[in-house]
Ligand binder design. Structure first.
Ligand code: BGC
Length: 712
C-alpha cells in the first residue's frame, strides 16, 4: 500500500501475497448479476454490467464495471441520474480531441459519483459496415481519426481515477452473426486499418482494459486469438493492461489463457474459475501466466488510483453534464446541404414554420443495446417511471420544438405535425413558409440495418413535404450513414447523429445560427447500398428476419460464416470510393459552414523533428462570420506501396474570426506514412513520391504537393 512505489512493483508485491484461490477469484466476473433476470447479485455489486469481488485482507477493493459508451447504463435501477452524451460517431464528427477528452471526463465523473471504478466503453471498431447497428458507439471508418478520438475519450475517463477500457478487439464490424462469424482480412490490411485504430487509441490512453470481441478473426475467436492478443496487443504494442472478454465471449480455458485472455466476463461459463485452477495445477496453464493475468489487473487498479483514491459517491451535476453534452453536440452537428443559404434561418423574416416528425415535440432519439442510457422521467415518448424499456427507441427530454419556439421571432406561427401520415404532414407543410422535418433511424447492438434507407417509410414523408414546400430542411437523428433519395428536392440537411441531452437546444442553435456549424463527416455517406463492397450485410438472410439478425438467435439459425473484408481490404470507406471511382452522397470529411475558408501556400517540411513530416499552409476565413474549420491533410503513398488511394494523415480544427487568417501546421506521424509488412513484421516508409493534399473534405483538396522521400 506504499503509494511511492510504482504500480508494477505494487502489483508484484500484492500478487506475491495471494493464494491460488484468490488469484483465480480475480480473473473472472461474479456472473450476469443485474443483466439477467433472476441471476444472483453478489454483495458489493454496484448494479453495473460487471463485478469482480476484491480481497479485503489485502486492501484490494471490488471491481465494479459499468457500460458507459455514451452515458452510464442502468442508472435508473439504482435511482441515479446519468447524462446522455451525443453518440460517439457524433463526437468524432467534431474532429476535436479536446471535445473527445471532455466527453470521457463527463463519463468518468458520473461513474465515480455512482461508485464505479471501471468503465466499459471506448468502442473503436472501424466503420467498415455502414449498416452496423453499433456504429453510433464507434468513431470512424478512418483508423487515425477513430483511434485518436477514442484514445482521447478514454484519457478523459481515466483522468477521473476510473479505469478505462477499449473495445471490441477486433473487427467486430457488424452485429449480424457476431457470435459466430469469422472476420477474414489479410494481415497487412488488418494491421493498417482495424488494428491501427486500436493501436493509436491504446498508445494515447493506456487503458486499464481491452475487451476482446465476440467474433472470430481469421478462424479463431477474438478472445482466444493468439495473434491479435498475445503477438500484437501484448508483444508488439507492449500493452500493460488486461484483456477482458466481451460478455459471454470466452470459449475455452487453456486456449484462451495461453492466447492472452486475462479476465472472463461475466464469468458464469466457468472457463476461468475451477477449470482454470485445475489447468494451473495440472501444468496446462503455467503459474506464471496466471500471475501475469492478476498482475495486469492489479497494476491497472494501482495505476489509475482506484486503490489509493476509491470512488466517492456524490450527486453528479446534471446541469454541467447537459452543458458539456450540448457543447460537444454543437461541434458535432454536420451541415450537409444548404441550398440558397436557407440556413441559418433569418428569424425576423419568418412568419411560419411547420415542424414535422421525429417526436421533435418531446425529445431526441438515443441508441439501444448495452449503450442505452435511462432517460430522466422515462422515455419521453411514453413516460413511465423506472428503467427505460429494453429493445425500444428511447427519446430524451430535450425537445427541438421547444428551442425552435424560443429562437423564432415573437409572433412566428409554429405548428407541429407528428409526420405519421405523409398526406397530413404535407398539408401542414404547404401552409408554412419553412418546413423542418425530423427523421430518425433507431439503431441498437444486436441488429444491423437491412439497408441504408431510413426506416418506417420516412423517405415518403420527406418527399411529400418537399413536394409542397420549397423551403424544406431535414434534421437527421441517426446511428450512421443513411441514403437520401430526396436530397435534391430539399434545401437544408442537418446531420445531428443521436444528439444527447443537450441536443434539442444544440440543433436549434445551429438552425438559427447562434452556433456556426463546424462538424465534418467521420464516415462516407454512400448514395446507395450497391456502391458498397458488400451490397448486403453478410449473413443477413431471410431467415434472420427483416430487421436484421438477432445476435444470440443467429447462433441457432445460421451456421458459422465468413465475412470477407478482403474485398476492400485496406480500402475502407472513402478509400474504396476513390479506388472504385464511385461518387458517394456525401464524402468523408465533408461538412459546410455559414462562413467560407480559403486554403493557400502549402509547404512541406520533410525534416521535422522525430522523423515526422510537417505540413503548413495558410487558412483564411473569407466569409462574414466567425467559424471553425477542420483542415484535413491526406497522403497518397508511392505506387510501390500498392495503396492507390489517399489516406488521412492529420488534421487541425482551427477557429477564425471573419476575415482572419492563420498559418496552420500539422505534423504527420511517421507511422501514418508507413506500411506494414507481414513477412518481416515491421512498419516502414516506402521510398518514392508522396502526394500531400490539403483541404476541407476528402473530395475537395485545393492544395497539393509531391515530395520525394527515401525509405525509412
Ligand atoms: C456488449 C459489450 C458490453 C457487454 C456488457 C455485450 O453484449 O457487446 O459492449 O460491454 O455486453 O454489457
Amino acid at each position: 500500500m506504499d503509494p511511492t512505489l510504482d504500480p508494477d512493483t505494487r502489483a508484484d508485491l500484492m500478487v506475491h501475497e495471494m493464494t491460488l484461490d484468490e488469484k483465480v477469484q480475480l480473473v473472472h466476473g461474479a456472473g450476469w448479476g443485474v443483466l439477467r433476470a433472476g441471476a444472483p447479485v453478489a454483495p458489493g455489486h454496484n448494479g453495473g454490467a460487471g463485478f469482480v469481488p476484491g480481497i479485503p485482507r489485502l486492501h484490494l477493493p471490488d471491481l465494479n464495471l459499468a457500460d458507459s459508451a455514451v452515458g452510464v447504463r442502468m442508472a435508473a435501477l439504482q435511482g441515479r441520474y446519468a447524462t446522455l452524451l451525443p453518440s460517439v460517431i457524433g463526437m468524432s464528427a467534431s474532429w476535436d480531441p479536446d471535445a473527445a477528452c471532455l466527453y470521457g471526463s463527463v463519463l468518468g465523473r458520473a461513474l465515480r459519483a455512482q461508485g464505479y471504478n471501471m468503465s466499459i466503453g471506448g468502442g473503436v471498431d472501424l466503420i467498415r459496415e455502414p449498416r452496423n447497428g453499433r456504429n453510433f458507439e464507434y468513431a470512424s471508418e478512418d483508423p487515425i481519426l477513430a483511434g485518436t478520438m477514442v484514445g482521447q475519450l478514454v484519457r478523459g475517463v481515466q483522468s477521473n481515477r476510473v479505469m478505462g477500457d477499449i473495445k471490441h478487439y477486433a473487427v467486430n464490424d457488424q452485429e449480424t452473426g457476431r457470435n459466430i462469424l469469422s472476420a477474414v482480412l489479410d494481415r497487412r490490411a488488418l494491421r493498417e486499418t482495424d488494428l491501427l485504430a486500436f493501436q493509436i487509441a491504446i498508445a494515447l490512453a493506456h487503458p486499464a482494459g481491452v475487451m476482446c470481441a465476440y467474433n472470430r478473426i481469421d478462424g479463431d475467436y477474438a478472445c482466444e486469438n493468439d495473434y491479435t492478443l498475445d503477438q500484437v496487443l501484448k508483444h508488439d504494442w507492449g500493452f500493460q493492461g488486461f484483456v477482458l472478454s466481451d460478455w459471454g465471449g470466452t470459449h475455452s480455458t487453456v486456449k484462451a489463457a495461453l492466447a492472452g485472455l486475462d479476465m472472463d466476463q461475466p464469468g458464469d461459463d466457468n472457463f476461468f474459475s475451477e477449470p482454470l485452477k485445475q489447468a494451473v495445477l495440472d501444468g496446462k496453464v503455467p503459474q506464471a501466466r496466471l500471475d501475469d493475468m492478476v498482475h495486469r489487473i492489479v497494476r491497472g487498479m494501482f495505476a489509475n488510483g482506484v486503490i489509493d483514491h476509491p470512488p466517492v459517491r456524490s450527486v453528479v451535476d446534471p446541469f454541467r453534464g447537459r452543458d458539456d453534452a450540448q457543447k460537444i453536440e454543437e461541434e458535432s452537428i454536420v451541415l450537409l446541404q444548404n441550398t440558397g443559404g436557407i440556413l441559418p434561418l433569418a428569424a425576423a423574416e419568418i412568419e411560419s414554420i411547420a415542424v414535422i416528425g421525429g417526436h421533435a415535440d418531446v425529445g431526441v432519439l438515443s441508441g439501444g443495446g448495452s449503450a442505452q442510457v435511462d432517460a430522466p422521467g422515462g422515455n419521453a415518448i411514453d413516460p413511465k417511471p423506472g428503467t427505460s424499456p429494453w429493445g425500444k427507441a428511447i427519446y430524451f427530454p430535450s425537445a427541438p420544438l421547444r428551442y425552435i419556439r424560443e429562437q423564432a421571432a415573437a409572433g412566428t406561427k409554429i405548428t407541429y405535425d407528428a409526420g405519421t401520415d405523409p398526406a397530413q404532414a404535407a398539408k401542414t407543410a404547404a401552409s408554412a413558409q419553412i418546413a423542418i422535418v425530423f427523421v430518425t433511424q433507431w439503431m441498437t447492438e444486436g441488429k444491423d440495418a437491412t439497408t441504408l434507407g431510413l426506416p418506417d417509410k420516412q423517405d415518403d414523408l420527406v418527399a411529400a413535404v418537399a413536394a409542397v414546400n420549397p423551403n424544406t430542411i431535414i434534421v437527421l437523428e441517426n446511428g450512421g450513414p443513411v441514403d437520401m433519395p430526396w436530397a435534391p428536392h430539399v434545401k437544408g440537411i442537418v446531420e445531428s447523429w443521436y444528439p444527447g441531452i443537450g441536443g434539442g437546444k444544440a440543433i436549434a442553435n445551429i438552425l438559427f445560427g447562434r452556433v456556426n456549424p463546424s462538424g465534418k463527416l467521420p464516415v462516407t455517406f454512400p448514395a446507395s447500398d450497391d456502391q458498397l463492397p458488400r451490397p448486403r450485410v453478410t449473413g443477413l438472410t431471410e431467415r434472420t428476419g427483416n430487421n436484421g439478425a438477432d445476435a444470440g438467435g443467429a447462433r441457432e439459425r445460421v451456421r458459422n460464416f465468413d465475412v470477407d473484408y478482403n474485398i476492400e481490404g485496406m480500402a475502407v470507406g472513402y478509400r474504396w470510393f476513390q479506388e472504385k471511382n464511385r461518387k458517394p452522397l456525401f464524402p468523408f470529411g465533408f461538412g459546410l459552414s455559414y462562413t467560407r475558408f480559403a486554403y493557400s501556400n502549402l509547404k512541406v517540411d520533410v525534416d521535422a523533428p522525430n522523423h515526422a513530416m510537417s505540413v503548413s499552409f495558410e487558412l483564411r476565413n473569407t466569409g462574414a462570420r466567425a467559424g471553425d474549420e477542420i483542415a484535413e491533410v491526406y497522403v497518397t503513398l508511392p505506387a510501390s506501396a500498392g495503396e492507390p488511394f489517399r489516406k488521412l494523415a492529420g488534421w487541425k480544427r482551427v477557429s477564425l474570426a471573419a476575415g482572419a487568417s492563420q498559418t496552420v501546421e500539422v505534423a504527420l506521424d511517421p507511422l501514418y506514412l508507413s506500411i506494414y509488412s507481414p513477412d518481416t513484421d515491421t512498419w516502414s516508409r516506402p521510398a518514392g513520391d508522396f502526394l500531400i493534399e490539403v483541404g476541407g473534405s476528402s473530395a475537395e483538396l485545393p492544395l497539393h504537393s509531391t515530395v520525394q522521400l527515401a525509405a525509412q
